[in-house]
Ligand binder design. Structure first.
Ligand code: ADP
Length: 167
């Protein structure tokens, strides 16, 4: 029997500066629910963070991490996430929930996004417990101070961070 189920496209937005094993865990879980995944690097950070990689470098790193998975596409976007999601034909927005600290901000964003475009659902996924304390900003901070972050990012991201810090 051929399935007439529509193909589900999920958009997972973030700063991915850089992509961590926490992001990868959420992406893997998304692919258990969705047929295609669009990893979308936000060009305009809504809250200021000190960056390590440019938006182009972050997209390139994501592409390297997912180069063997044709279900995953990596792009950047600017402007409103909901405009980008609508233009991409997305069915859902994926967000990762770590600790309670993520909850308030994520809840506000999800409600606002629903106002902006009621057709899309925000789906929250939780990572493997050991990854639930991990953030890209912590990885950047520890790496910049000379700490070993090899358990938190994939080897190719680790290499890119080393090169960046030596540059
Ligand atoms: P960060 O907060 O690490 O800088 P992003 O801004 O790229 O990360 O976050 C994009 C999305 O990924 C957010 O929904 C965030 O909650 C989620 N996320 C980031 N790290 C993790 C993690 N370790 N486990 C689960 N979700 C995560």
């Amino acid at each position: 029997m051929t399935s007439s189920r529509k193909k589900v496209l999920a958009v997972y937005p973030g700063s991915f500066d850089p992509v961590t094993l926490g992001h990868e865990d959420i992406a893997r879980r998304t692919l258990r629910l969705a047929d295609r995944l669009l990893l979308a690097v936000a060009e305009t950070a809504t809250h200021s963070k000190s960056h390590m990689f440019s938006v182009e470098e972050r997209v390139d790193l994501l592409r390297e991490v997912y180069r063997d998975d044709e279900r995953v596409e990596c792009v950047s976007f600017s402007g409103l996430l909901m405009d980008f999601a609508r233009d991409s034909g997305a069915h859902c927005i994926i967000r990762g929930l770590r600790a309670v600290s993520d909850f308030e901000y994520e809840m506000q964003m999800a409600q606002m996004n629903r106002e902006l475009w009621p057709e899309v659902e925000t789906v929250f996924l939780t990572p493997d417990a050991p990854l639930s304390f991990l953030s890209a900003s912590l990885v950047r901070e520890v790496a910049t101070l000379g700490g070993d972050v090899s358990s938190f990012v994939s080897p190719l991201v680790m290499n890119a961070m080393k090169e960046k810090l030596l540059a």
